[in-house]
Design a protein around this ligand. Structure first.
Ligand SMILES: *Cc1c(COP(=O)(O)O)cnc(C)c1O
Length: 458
């Protein structure tokens, strides 16, 4: 399978290239040259498969020619063996909500589903066979721990995780700073997630530094992550056995929901994809008004969604702007020079064919958690609650699947505020609460981060 850049279609890359690089040269994002579209008969056949079989079929479309199918199958099997459920994900009916629980992996967030596969792909593609790979990742709280769980103690791999200092939950930080081996470096940046993400993007765009340290990335801009996330849209759609299904997705970097968009492109007849945002509502604004204008990041009780620059949105723009790399390039230039771009009415209409977007405030989120607990004795995490809140705004969409993105235990302080009691740690979380945390606090500065990394890898 060949890949190109959203800002330059003439560039050609293999799966292994894009896996290792994450970001295209010149700052664009990678997209596959073709997206397989399944016929109704093929969909019927796929619907008979268990989770691992389905994951093998779907992921294989994007790496065929480079990974053999039977090898991919055992890689996937191995990746999901640490999950609590044999079927990886879990679908529950809570009142009239269909909840797709994606948080039964080793670090209790949906990020594990892609990251466990990616960890094994580093070994399988032998990218670190002869030379150490330095993986740099920015996290709003969950990507970091999922990456650490996936890459800890792998040979010839170092992992540097940048999280915004004091802007993630205590348990998120605790998991991140205690579970890693000697190849893991946690950095608390004095800034927001957007600052962390910008540092990582800047370092990727600095050719000399990137090649000097043999740098690789696992942020949600890495296409391999999106690919792994497509699977559960198919899986849950098939299990519900309904015709008219929409998905409500707690959204930050537009990665998870973009996987749903790709699933739809592959022929899965999804009705609407509902973007649920918190107060950092740039995606809600662009989808409803056409104006994409990053604001200052505001801290909320859903820290994994405290993002104003939703990187993966560029992948949607490519299709909305008539698959024109120059149009994408010019819009992204506007964004970097004027900190804003505007979409035209016909472009908004195109987006609205597939997407809806709703902002949910912290107050609403807390009352949803409380309500669901009172009515159903069931506890959902605040991110998932924004998905429930957004779904509630629609009564004409048929069945809605709410994507459950994290286990509530990760946000115990907020849960306590909402329902007045604490949760116990789930059994499969291997967390030693008393273990000393290791992380270094660094100023929001590219050069300080570069010096830190160079100092560690010498
Ligand atoms: C990462 C994350 C999100 C946002 O997902 P995106 O792919 O960035 O849109 C939502 N909820 C939780 C708990 C997360 O960890």
């Amino acid at each position: 399978m060949n890949y190109f850049s959203t800002r330059d279609k003439s560039l050609e890359f293999s799966f292994k290239d894009i896996f290792l690089r994450g970001l295209a040269p010149g700052g664009g994002l990678f997209l596959p040259a073709e997206i397989k579209k399944y016929s109704q008969e093929e969909l019927n056949n796929l619907s008979q498969l268990n989770y691992n079989e389905l994951a093998t079929e779907i992921i294989f479309n994007f790496c065929s020619g480079e990974i053999k199918k039977d090898e991919l199958s055992s890689l996937i099997q191995k990746s999901y063996s640490s999950f609590k459920d044999k079927e990886v994900v879990n679908i529950k009916k809570i009142g009239n909500i269909n909840l797709l629980e994606l948080y039964h992996g080793p670090t209790l967030a949906f990020k594990d589903i892609a990251m466990q596969v990616i960890g094994n792909m580093y070994d399988h593609l032998e990218v670190a066979k002869n030379k150490t790979v330095n993986v740099i990742v920015a996290t709003s709280g969950d990507t970091g721990s999922a990456a650490i769980a996936a890459l800890s103690n792998r040979k010839n791999i170092n992992l540097f995780v940048l999280h915004p200092h004091n802007k993630i939950s205590n348990i998120q930080r605790k998991i991140m700073t205690t579970i890693g081996g000697a190849n893991i470096y946690n950095i608390a940046i004095e800034g927001s997630f957007d600052d962390c993400q910008k540092i990582v993007k800047d370092l990727f765009n600095e050719n000399s530094f990137r090649s000097k340290i043999n740098m690789s990335g696992v942020n949600s801009i890495n296409w391999a992550r999106i690919v792994c996330q497509i699977v559960y849209y198919f899986y849950s759609f098939f299990r519900l056995k309904k015709n008219n299904i929409s998905f409500s997705v707690p959204t930050g970097n537009f990665g998870d929901i973009y996987a749903g968009y790709v699933a739809k492109k592959m022929g899965l007849p999804i009705n609407k994809l509902i973007v649920a945002t918190n107060k950092n509502d740039i995606l809600q604004r662009v989808i409803n008004t056409g104006e994409y204008k990053p604001d200052k990041v505001k801290a909320t009780i859903t820290p994994s969604m405290d993002i104003q620059v939703a990187s993966n949105f560029e992948r949607l723009l490519y299709y909305i702007l008539d698959e024109s790399d120059s149009k994408v390039g010019s819009v992204m230039n506007d964004l970097s020079s004027k900190s804003i771009f505007n979409l035209e009415k016909k472009e908004i209409d195109k987006i609205k064919k597939d997407f809806e977007a709703v902002k949910v405030t912290d107050e609403e989120t807390l009352s949803i958690i409380n309500e669901i607990y009172k009515e159903h004795q069931f506890i959902i995490d605040p991110h998932t609650a924004t998905g429930v809140g957004a779904a509630k705004s629609f009564n004409n969409l048929g069945d809605i699947v709410v994507i459950g993105t994290a286990h509530p235990y990760k946000f115990n302080d907020t849960i306590k505020k909402a329902i007045g009691k604490n949760l116990d740690s789930p059994e499969h979380l291997k967390l030693n609460i008393d273990k000393k945390e290791t992380f270094d606090i660094i100023r929001n500065s590219n050069s300080e981060v570069k010096n830190y990394i160079l100092g560690k890898i010498q």
